[in-house]
Design a binder for this molecule. Structure first.
Ligand SMILES: [Zn+2]
Length: 335
């Protein structure tokens, strides 16, 4: 691999973030007011868990047992975290804090982090979190250039991020007890928002953002099935997918769209240069979102400059390139 990623790093030693009290959510993280905008792809901080639990062992007894084993200082850090379940029946403070702050720590574990757990949610997150088992830390990276004194956010929604805003809000309200007012949700009125909003009514209120996200979800599904039989169509739909992700500000989804474009071109042998371009683009964007040492960036980095060595290179046979009418290679501007 000859190319190298720009690795934005602050030249000053001032911290890139501050903890600020907000009326809604206790303390949350903001970009520092004294620094320049933080460039996308910056590692804001790594954070070690207070404790980790297997995904399938998160009963009250499990959680209380782990908290009881913490040292005094770590227990204090745990009880300083916010609790969105206050006042709910059958949810004591320990379980309330756990449910409010738990984050994934790899595919089979979840964990509580003293700092990362304070990150609030946005449906257009400006940060991404990835757990690194080798260092036993969660790493928080910026997905976009972040101006000074801006709230730092991650997504709490995983794949639900592509649902319409009323469904996202219902889920967030039920799980975390807050009404999302991020810019993707703001088209939906908050004053008369009710949990049992009728589907038709919700449909009528569908915003441009809702339509885009629903289109992103359908394109992803369609492309998966189109891949083997109609690579030209899969390619052109993947370009549409990337455009929509960028319009929505969903940078991680955009990285996955680039990976799809790369994969279509790898399997659909014929356009080496274009394949190289998308492989590099996928590698670069995963590096920005999840770190150049992350699993996704490493997976794509292996093939930068050598797509022909990919085990699936040309597995669909040599197709005549040109079926993809719509803007071949366009949409890569920011890569
Ligand atoms: Zn939202």
């Amino acid at each position: 691999m000859t190319s190298s990623l720009p690795t934005p790093s602050s030249t000053s030693t001032a911290p890139l973030y501050t903890l600020q009290s907000t009326s809604e959510s206790g303390q949350s993280l903001f970009s520092s007011s004294s620094s320049e905008p933080i460039p996308r792809g910056t590692l804001l901080f790594p954070d070690s868990p207070l404790f980790t639990l297997p995904q399938n062992a998160r009963s009250i007894e499990d959680v209380q047992g782990r908290v009881a084993k913490l040292g005094k200082d770590q227990q204090r850090k745990f009880f300083e975290l916010s609790n969105c379940k206050k006042g709910e029946e059958d949810v004591g403070p320990v379980m309330g804090i756990f449910k409010t702050n738990v984050l994934p720590a790899g595919p089979e574990e979840s964990a509580i982090f003293p700092l990362a757990s304070r990150l609030n949610h946005s449906c257009i997150p400006n940060c991404e979190h990835v757990f690194h088992p080798s260092s036993n830390t969660i790493q928080i990276r910026t997905l976009s250039d972040i101006p000074p004194n801006t709230e730092l956010s991650i997504s709490y929604l995983s794949t639900r991020l592509l649902l319409p805003s009323f469904q996202r809000r219902i889920h967030l309200l039920r799980s975390f007890n807050f009404l999302c007012v991020c810019s993707a949700c703001e088209g939906v009125p908050t004053s008369d928002f009710v949990e049992d909003l009728q589907a038709e009514e919700a449909q009528a209120r569908e915003s441009t953002s809702d339509k885009n996200r629903s289109e992103i979800a359908s394109l992803k599904e369609a492309i998966d099935t189109l891949f083997p039989t109609s690579p030209a169509l899969a390619y052109s739909q993947s370009l549409d997918l990337l455009d929509l992700c960028e319009e929505e500000g969903l940078m991680l989804e955009g990285a996955f769209a680039r990976a799809t474009l790369a994969m279509v071109l790898i399997m659909w042998k014929g356009e080496v240069e274009l394949a190289e371009k998308w492989v590099e683009s996928a590698w670069r964007e995963f590096g920005v979102a999840r770190g150049v040492e992350g699993e996704d960036a490493r997976r794509w980095g292996r093939w930068v400059g050598k797509v022909g060595e990919h085990p699936r290179w040309g597995c669909l046979g040599k197709w005549e390139f040109g079926g993809a009418k719509k803007g071949d290679g366009e949409g890569e501007g920011s890569a």
